[in-house]
Design a protein around this ligand. Structure first.
Ligand code: FAD
Ligand code: NA7
Length: 456
């Protein structure tokens, strides 16, 4: 049996790790090939300075930016088979910056021979399925060697992420706006906005985090314009929320409450598309960013073609540990140790989850929903069990912390449900910390003091 994986971000790496763990337990695993269009693994966490097109003319995948600190407690995403203690050898704070989390993701995978399975700089271009052989043919493009070739697989795992292709709605008059306009996907750091008046459109994680970062790094004013509802945090002076822009006119935006303001720059924080240009339309997921994408049995198996697996396609409270739970489940489906029920049964199961999703009313309900979903997966595999329900409580605490103080919630610290280790407060308050490098993050207060003394 041959298994193809598209993408070596956290989800694709989780799939490799799931197979590796079976192999370590003495199970014969299938032949696996993972294709990654970037030159390294880590997906979003593999920071790129590029925007637009990459060195090969491929659309740049990365949407992460400098000074990105974890937007949820690390205790809520900890791998249950590779803890933060194991990786760092000592407690660290609950909200590490991007580079530190990237290091953690790499730490687990570097302990295996996963790299041998991955073909980097290789983009999946097109997938077809042969009903007679029940196999996929994947057309691949090795960009570094300028070579196109095909491979045949019995199962295909799509782990290509869904926070990369911008949703770019048109706003009336935006073509007349005289300042800069970009999507959050192309934001790489706050510096260009220092001393300027910035408008962000959207009211979710990107608007919140880019807004707060720009405020921290010296943007003169940050205005966030919402379509459905404001985020409603207690914003500091210099940050405010407005209803939707009705028209733009020159350098001005007019809002639906009758007010207007002049801006230097606009960033569209309007989310991302689920976009699979390498799949024929009948195999593409076409949902928006939600907790339970339709047509996926247990959130992973494509119901109309169960040899096609999707990982990480949900909106995400849980991240790395959810991808693990999905990857372990998918592995067992592919290896036949989890038997899939008939389609009618699967339809019913999907309908059950969609109805539950419809009943969600609050962010706490979101957390409970995703917890229950992951619980079901973890219970069916040998992924090391962990106190998921306790993690749900941490998420709810995190939601309260943000309500209490959107600029200081990252100074809070949590206890790992896996090791019982209490996170160590970071040596510098988040609002005062302008350097997000791993070197500075991991330095102790004593080391920093010694360095400062030496420099003076
Ligand atoms: P990705 O990380 O997107 O990886 C997908 C991989 O597939 C990429 O490497 C890509 O190059 C590859 N690929 C795509 N198409 C092809 C193709 N055709 N052929 C070959 N390879 C392909 N999560 C958190 O837990 N904490 C955070 O603080 C956090 N902050 C975030 C901030 C931003 C701005 C964004 C956009 C996301 C953030 N996330 C955060 C969520 C993040 O997306 C997940 O943590 C995680 O990266 C998802 O993993 P993935 O493997 O599913 O997708
Ligand atoms: P999200 O969470 O999918 O949110 C998208 C936001 O964009 C949301 O507030 C939408 O408003 C808004 N949106 C979408 N279309 C429009 C239009 N046409 N007009 C106005 N506003 C619109 O994406 P994010 O980028 O914030 O977060 C994605 C991930 O990145 C997240 O997991 C983080 O970890 C980082 P709505 O509420 O639907 O009215």
């Amino acid at each position: 049996m041959r298994i193809g994986i598209i993408g070596a971000g956290p989800s694709g790496l989780a799939q490799l790790r799931a197979f590796e763990s079976a192999q370590r337990a003495g199970v014969n695993i299938p032949e696996i090939v993972c294709f990654e269009k970037q030159s390294n693994w880590g997906g979003m966490w593999n920071y790129t300075w590029r925007t637009g097109l990459d060195e090969f003319g491929e659309p740049v995948h990365g949407s992460m930016y400098r000074y990105l600190w974890s937007n949820g407690p690390k205790e809520c995403l900890e791998f249950s088979d590779y803890t933060f203690d194991e990786h760092f050898g000592r407690p660290i704070s609950s909200y590490p910056p991007r580079e530190v989390l990237f290091d953690y993701i790499q730490g687990r995978i570097e302990k295996s021979n996963a790299r041998d399975y991955i073909r980097f700089n290789t983009a999946a271009r097109w997938v077809s399925f042969d009903e007679d052989t029940q196999q996929f043919t994947v057309v691949l493009d090795d960009r570094a060697n300028d070579r196109t070739y095909t491979e045949v697989f019995d199962y295909l795992v799509v782990a290509s992420g869904h926070f990369s292709v911008p949703n770019m709605p048109h706003f009336k008059g935006i073509e007349t706006f005289t300042g800069t306009v970009k999507h959050a996907h192309d934001f790489r750091g706050a510096e260009p906005y220092e001393g300027r008046d910035l408008l962000l459109i959207g009211s979710s994680y990107s608007a919140e985090d880019i807004g707060v970062q720009c405020h921290k790094h010296g943007t003169k004013s940050v205005t966030m314009s919402y379509r459905s509802a404001p985020m409603g945090f207690d914003w500091p002076e210099g940050m405010e929320e407005k209803p939707l822009v009705t028209p733009f006119e020159g350098d001005k935006a007019f809002f639906s409450d009758g007010t207007s303001k002049r801006f230097d720059d606009v960033i569209l924080c309007t989310g991302y598309q689920h976009n699979f240009p390498f799949l024929p339309s009948e195999y593409r997921l076409d949902n928006n960013n939600c907790l339970y994408p339709d047509r996926l049995y247990k959130g992973v198996v494509f119901n109309e073609q169960p040899r096609l697996i999707y990982l990480g396609m949900q909106d995400q409270y849980f991240t790395f540990n959810m991808f693990d739970a999905q990857a372990w489940f998918a592995r067992d489906v592919m290896m036949g140790t989890i038997e899939l029920p008939e389609k009618a049964e699967r339809d019913k199961d999907i309908a059950k989850w969609l109805a539950k999703q419809d009943a969600i009313a609050t962010p706490d309900d979101d957390v409970d929903f995703q917890t229950e979903y992951i619980r079901e997966l973890v219970d069916r595999t040998d992924y090391p069990d962990f106190d998921l329900e306790k993690v749900a409580e941490l998420f709810k605490e995190w939601l309260r912390d943000k309500e209490e103080d959107i600029l200081r919630y990252r100074d809070k610290n949590f206890t790992s449900v896996i090791t019982g280790t209490k996170a160590e407060p970071h040596h510098t308050k988040w609002l005062d910390e302008l350097d997000d490098s791993m070197e500075r993050y991991l330095a102790t207060a004593d080391e920093l003091a010694a360095k400062k003394k030496k420099a003076s």
